[in-house]
Every structure is written in C-alpha cells, then in structure tokens.
Ligand binder design. Structure first.
Ligand code: AHR
Length: 506
C-alpha cells in the first residue's frame, strides 16, 4: 500500500517570477563562519587574501546570489570603522552578542572582495542597537559615494578606488528580541529605522532597505510589532524581514516535517499585516518580504551553553545536519517558492560552519552537509516562474499541526531553458508516495532526470570522516506518460527533483 497525491500544473497559472535572491545566504561574525570558515590565512588552500579556495568553490556551486553580513546579533554591537584600514592597526574588541573576542582581521572591505570571488552580492546590515543614524550614513558614504568626501576618500585611501555600490541594506537585526543589544520597543525602533532610512536615502537614493520584522512567529509582540514598525516606516522602506528556525528536540519527526506548514502561515500573516498598513495609509506601494534568516537550528544548543567566554572564533552553532533536516529544508524552500509573488529575498542562515550547509575543519577539509543538497537543487533548477501547485494529497495529523499533506511540492517553469522542474518531498516516513502530475498545458515533455535524496536512517549525517553518507542520486523512477503526464513513486522520507524538458527544446 502507498499514500497518494495528484498535482495539476498549468504554465499560465503563475505565482510569480522567482527573484533569484531567495537563494541568498548569510555570513555573520560568529563562531567559525569567518575565521576558519571563509577566511583562514595559512591554510594550504587559501589564496593571497587568506580566503579558502575550497570553501569558495562550494559557495560558487550553490550559486548564492546575495549574502547578508555582518550579522545577526553581532551587528547590534558592531563598530564598522574597526574593520577597515591596515589590519595591524585594527582593534580587538569584546564582542557582546556571542561573548567572544573580535580581532577585526577580516572586515567590511574583505567581505566585499570575498563576495566578488564567490560570484555574489552583499546585503549589508547597519547597527541600530548601540548606534544609529550617524553610523549608518557614514558606512553608506564610505561604501557607495564615489569620492571627494571624508568617508569616500578614506575608502580610496584603504585601496578601494571604486565605490562598492552595495544596493541592499538591513536596518538593524531582530530589534524586537530582548536578547538584542539595544533592544527597542516597536515605536522606538520604528522611529529610529525611519529616520535612519531617510538619512541613508539622502546619501544614496538608489539603495533598497529592509526593516526588521519579528524574530519568529511566536514572539509575543508579533504582529503588532510589524504593524507599528510599518506605521512609522511605510514610505521609507522596501522590505519587511522574517526569521524562523525549527528543531526536533523531542524527536517527533512527523511534527518536525510539518513545520513548513507553519512557515506558510507565518508568511501569509506578515503579508496580511503589510497590506493592512498599506490599506490604512491609502498607499499604492507594496512592501515585499525578505526572509533573511531561515533554517534548522537546535543540534548545537547544549554544547554552546558550555563555552567559556572571550575566546577567538570558537566553534559555535555547529549543527551537524541529518537526513530529516534536509527534508525540512526542502519543504522550507518550497514554502519560499510558493510565495514567490511576495518573498523577494531570503537567506539560508548561515553559509559556513555556523548552522550551515558547508562545514570546514580548521587547517583541513571542507565538506557538504545534508542540507547542502536541497539548497543546491532549488538554487540551480528553481529559476523562472513559480507555478501554482494544485495538489490533492493524503494527509496526516500531529498533536500540534493538523491536515499536513504527505506531499509538499511546487513547480518551476524556466522559459529560457524550456524546462519544468518539480520539487517534491514525501513526508511519509514508512511508505512510498504514488504521485500523478498533470502538466497538460506544456505539450510533450521528456524526462531529463529524477534526482532523489533518500536514506534508510533519518538521523544519518555527513561528517569529515564520512562526507558522502547522505547524497543525492539520479535513479528516481519518474516517467512521462502520454506527453504531459508524469508518474512517480516517491520513496519514503525523500526529497525529489523531477526535471522535464519541453519538446520544442529537444
Ligand atoms: O543566525 C544566528 C542568530 O539567530 C542571528 O545572529 C540572530 O539574528 C538570530 O537570532
């Protein structure tokens, strides 16, 4: 016996164009993300700037279009001026967010150089925790103003003749969270964000600004926070941020895999709140969403509590991801695609070592965690138009979440390449899922490949010693029948990528 689902996809029933920036990521000055991660002078595979080439290759493979920096909680105590100029003159500071020492040997300009080598762009955050308008306008002048002023000429003196031209800026980080350095009420933050946005736009009117939403769906101030903050900032910002992490500490995998249903709900509620303020303001402008922190995070909670303070780049938040984590990450990517009409940026948090798809050994190897694979597939094959997935699926209930479809899926039409790609997760832990897909408007299709990520053991993980325990294969059983019907038996607990070519592109 197997569970069943049917899906209908039509190329004219579009959710919207996928903004490639939904495949963004995040590098924070935290743990070994920077030091021992992307930057390790003296590593045998590092380049002349101390950037690890092995890590750069893996980042490039992921085709990450934008990377948020330098935090996270870190940014709320960040003095950006400490991180530029001659390295020998940069101060070491107490870093209060994670209670470590920050040496500033890798800084703002190095990150700009690194993103160029990674074929990516910078999403820069300003400090609205301990600092404010002055700091924000100065770093923007340093970064984007051509020349002839104090800060732009300082950048030139530091060896960067051309402006960095950073387009996307975040107005602080998680300012609703009591843990945040410089935590604020919604009114305090809303006013500061608005005044900072105004000053930044006077420096460079071409920038785009992201205002902080809630740190997660269950914050007590959600969604009043979003409404109040937008009442202050509606005309001066472009995006509202969302953050969400999930874990499986009770080892309840059916509930864990259903968490993306709550993510759908979260996105829907933020859209409603943004549009409520739009209606109230009688505004023509629509605020878009930046889901700029999302992932699984819980494996490292215990070990992080035991760390002694004031170390330099100790291992922090080093979650070792297993197969079921990759399945939820796949579901979360599908959630982002299902709201491609409003989610225009998203950052898997984070990119290297810290809750990351890429792990490194300091002085040693770099390898792919399980979650690398759904992220890779979505980023590489999920470009084009997201299509509405009309799905009828068998369902299950958990104590907390009901009506969870066993099938989580979405289709993407890449018109340029003449391809349709189906991303699908079978949430059933014991049974294959019999899937019938009707793609009638696409004419005759042929199968390019059916990629499957599966493993008998939900807790199987990739490690330095065994880096290939969980990895995808192309032996999936999807078959095209009668031109535009696809059938497949999706293995239990699997992530699937069914790639189809339209016949006129044969
Ligand atoms: O990504 C790790 C941390 O999670 C970030 O610093 C913070 O913004 C969030 O709480």
């Amino acid at each position: 016996m197997s569970v069943k689902a049917a899906m209908t996809v039509d190329k004219d029933f579009r959710i919207g164009s996928i903004d490639e920036r939904i495949y963004g990521s995040f590098i924070e000055h935290l743990g070994r993300a920077v030091y021992g991660g992307i930057y390790e002078p003296g590593h045998p595979d590092s380049d002349e700037q101390g950037f690890r080439r092995d890590v750069l290759e893996l980042v490039k493979e992921l085709q990450v279009p934008i990377i948020r920096y330098p935090g996270g909680n870190f940014v709320s105590g960040y003095n950006w001026e400490d991180s530029v100029g001659p390295q020998s003159e940069r101060p070491t500071r107490l870093e209060l967010a994670w209670r470590v020492l920050e040496t500033n040997q890798f800084g703002f300009n190095e990150f700009v150089d690194w993103t160029k080598k990674a074929n990516s762009e910078v999403m820069m955050a300003v400090n609205l925790g301990t600092r404010g308008i002055d700091d924000a306008r100065n770093i923007l002048e340093y970064s984007n103003h051509p020349s002839g002023t104090y800060w732009s000429d300082l950048r030139r003196k530091h060896g960067y003749e051309q402006p960095h031209g950073i387009k996307t800026w975040c107005l602080g980080n998680e300012m609703d969270g009591p843990w945040q350095i410089g935590h604020k009420t919604a009114d305090e933050y809303g006013r500061l964000a608005n005044e900072t946005a105004k000053a930044m736009r006077l420096v460079d009117p071409s920038i785009e600004l992201v205002v902080c939403g809630s740190s997660h769906l269950h914050m007590p101030t959600f969604a009043q926070w979003e409404a109040t903050v937008l009442e202050h900032t509606y005309d001066s910002v472009d995006y509202m941020s969302l953050h969400q992490y999930y874990g499986n500490p009770q080892d309840d995998t059916p509930t864990f895999l259903a968490r993306s249903v709550q993510m759908d709900d979260f996105i829907g509620k933020v859209i409603s709140t943004c549009d409520y303020v739009k209606a109230k303001n009688r505004s023509k402008k629509t605020i878009q969403l930046s889901f700029d922190e999302w992932n699984v995070w819980y494996h490292s909670h215990q070990s992080d509590r035991k760390l002694d303070p004031w170390q330099i780049a100790p291992p922090q938040l080093e979650d070792v991801y297993n197969h079921e984590d990759a399945l939820l990450v796949g579901c979360m990517l599908i959630s982002l695609l299902k709201r491609a009409d409003r989610v225009k940026m998203a950052c898997m948090a984070q990119l290297v070592n810290v809750i990351a798809p890429i792990m490194t050994e300091t002085g040693g190897a770099a390898w792919k965690q399980t979650i690398f694979y759904p992220y890779l597939h979505a980023s590489v094959f999920g470009r084009g138009q997201a299509l509405i997935p009309l799905i009828q699926s068998d369902k299950y209930d958990t104590k907390e979440i009901t009506d969870v479809p066993y099938l989580e899926s979405v289709a993407v039409h890449n018109e340029e390449q003449g391809e349709v790609t189906i991303f699908a997760v079978n949430r059933h832990l014991d049974q294959a899922l019999q899937l019938n897909i009707d793609l009638r408007s696409f004419g005759t299709l042929s199968l390019i490949e059916h990629i499957v990520l599966e493993h008998e053991d939900l807790k199987a993980a990739n490690t330095r010693e065994q880096p290939h325990t969980v990895q995808p294969h192309t032996g999936g059983n999807a078959a095209v029948e009668g031109g535009a019907k696809v059938t497949a038996a999706l293995s239990k607990a699997s992530w699937n990528v069914i790639r189809l070519r339209m016949s006129d592109r044969a």
